[in-house]
Design a protein around this ligand. Sequence first.
Ligand code: PLP
Length: 488
Amino acid sequence: MDGEEFRKAGYAAIDEICKYYETLPARKVVSDVEPGYLASLLPTSMPDSGEAWSQIQSDIEDKIVPGLTHWQHPNFLAFFPANATFPGILGDMYSTAFTCAAFNWICSPAVTELETIVLDWLARALSLPSCYLSAAHGGGVIQGSASEALVTVMVAARDRYLDRFGEDRRKKAEARGRLMAFGSEMTHSSTLKAALICGVEYRTIPVEEGTWRLRGEALKKAIDEAREEGWIPFFLTATIGTTATCAVDAVDAIAEWKQQEGNDDVWIHVDAAYAGAALILPEYQHLTPPLAHFDSFDMNMHKWLLTPFDASCLFVRERKHLIDALSVTPSYLRNKASESGRVIDYRDWQVPLGRRFRGLKVWFVMRTYGLAGLREHVRRTIELGEGFAANIRTRDDLFEIIAPPAYALTVFTVRSPDPEVMSDNELTKKVYERINLDGEFFLTHSVVGGQDVIRVVGGSPQLRKEHLDRCFEVVVKFAEDVSKEVTE
Ligand code: PLP
């Protein structure tokens, strides 16, 4: 494909993408293909000779789109949102056009410098304590996912703990075998995965019934017990916005406990993958001062903050710990700029070496919407979520809200008219399965405190009140249908 062909194909692709967005509401949100559908539509090996773009392009609508679940659809109310927007798409387009695996500053100074600047902008917008800014000892780096960020900081936490043994490798090895990471029962599974990758033990701490958040007393008890058993607690994930209910762990009490500890034994990481976006709103910024006592914070702009996947924004209080743990410098990676100490080499802040120009889409999104536009988006979707929860409350004969509606998320169960015939759990599951099978809406199911629950969360710029009102009608209809079957 030469430049002229690319120009034509590019215009056609943009046209097709715009048409896709315009026709989204008319599409079924969930893909209903059967497993293996694509293999029956495609040849078993790559073509011998190259094909014309027109041939390739026509396969997108015919063969690929049927196998897509439409995350940008306003009726996608499952998991957490993953917003794509046009400025973000343009950012990725330029990033791909420039393709530079900018692991060192020298590889493309603009990639590193723009990333540092936009993450400082973000830290200020989220009101993170100033220790997380690049002008202090901290700074931000864009990772591919919150899970990747967790592995990265857990390695740094492990090495920070073990560094106290200096060159004594025997003591280091002995302590390494006793390291234990902590999360709550509601902490996302990515902390467990990071512990598996780091080869350390992992223990969960019970949350408070009803609020589903980690409290300071439970944390202290769990850490004391583990120490008595001979384990070395070295890492804790505190969450702002848990996956199941968007609960916020007691960050003020955790900060108080950390101050009482009076040392840096336990690295505290704040996982705000989804709900961190709400920290751009002044009414949520009371949550951030305790973060000055913690070690790292991560939020995904690619969930709720109008930036296409991937842009997981990790901030650390002391970048030194990342660099100490992750810097491996063979001769081919050395250069004068790095040795000058005046530049950031992001390869030392992450697991991979090469990296994409992700700062560009973040920059485009921030400039297109501005802080006011981003705030309007988050506040609007929170209010829509509260409206949905208010509708659910009007039918307390049918539904029970399990956690206070938070960050646009509503979590509820369906009440069984006769628990001896069908339990609330069974009925809730049945209702949820029927809704998703029907395909007009896509919702997620979860388990909270042993109860099967339905989660409804919408954070898309396409979302309007009418979509959530219709979702309420659909949920009521299926709940009434299944309830009727129980009593018949
Ligand atoms: N943390 C929380 C609270 C989440 O809800 C999720 C995913 O939804 C993750 C971490 C994992 O995010 P990622 O897919 O970026 O690894």
